[in-house]
Design a protein around this ligand. Sequence first.
Ligand code: NAD
Ligand code: UD1
Length: 328
Amino acid sequence: MKILVTGGVGFIGSHTVVELQEKGHDVVIIDNLSNSSEGVLKGIVAITGIVPEFVKLDLRDKADVSAFFETHEIDGVIHFAASKAVGESVDNPLLYYENNISTLIYVLQELEKHQISNFIFSSSCTVYGQADELPITENALVKKAASPYGNTKQVGEEIIKDVCHISKQLNAIALRYFNPIGAHPSAEIGELPLGIPQNLVPYIMQTGIGVREELSVFGGDYPTKDGTCVRDYIHVVDLAKAHVVAMERLLDSENSENFETFNIGTGKGSTVLEVIESFERVTNTVLNYKIVPRRAGDVTAAYADTTKVKSELGWSAQSSLDEAIKSA
Ligand code: NAD
Ligand code: UD1
């Protein structure tokens, strides 16, 4: 079975390529390297011993996307390629709507044209905003997105749902990730953000090794047990494995509904201070940090109800926070 992984050189995509290859799937990667570097491919080969086919291509180029599908027989697509910086999306919404929505449409058009049935979309817990109830189930109300980035995930899901509704052949799964962190245990691949990290764990790591002087903890006055925000941090290898299980469900189409959504998290919430404590515990060092005012747009708490993904996909996260932090 040949699986196309768009954005397969990126953080989550590269870990998923490894897990697909290790389960015997043939992988072809499309990436324009706008937020990743080709060296990651060497890391994949070092882990699996298999060289995945790599096509450097910008999915915003409709003609190139079309030409790719004319020349490749694809059984399923995992669509990671997107821009993901929340703050940048506020400053440049059109960039985000073009890169996250037009690319999705071009890929879906090719699926229709070539009668390809199996599609997985990278969605996010950001679609829930501040949920009314915790843990968050897949049925929780999807609230108005807090950023253009978040909106691209909501609209992306709606587009796929509409296409599935009229399509006789397309089966799709949207995986709503909570907070992916960590790296492959081989340390051949991991999270390598370009520039100053926006996310907590890469910022902690760079502070720990002295690249950054001090971590700013955004807000110490939230209504949580220690005043800092709560998130559901999931090891990227666990997350990658969820994609393999979801793709295998689609390939075995008797099991799959037309369009499904699943939360991909651990089910456990951790505060920012607990993540710092985990870092200090596993590295036996002290982290330099200070509490500063809240960051605009942050929700107080988000963690997944994982009942549906456990019962329908038979998947659950295996790694603890300490294991994920250690790997990072
Ligand atoms: P990433 O930036 O590391 O990977 C995305 C990859 O897509 C990069 O290699 C980039 O070069 C490529 N890409 C972007 N635009 C492209 C285009 N037009 N054509 C071809 N390639 C393109 O990001 P990631 O953390 O691996 O995230 C993967 C997906 O998961 C994204 O859709 C993201 O929105 C979603 N997601 C990520 C998180 C997270 O915390 N990392 C959380 C929820 C959802
Ligand atoms: C953010 C996005 C989410 C996106 C995800 C991956 C928002 C509101 N959400 O999730 O849509 O899918 O990134 O790109 O932006 N923190 C600090 N100091 C830092 C960095 C973060 O204290 O330097 C805190 C944050 O306030 C938050 C927690 O750490 O409480 C996690 O932050 P982050 O890693 O940025 O992820 P989210 O904001 O949850």
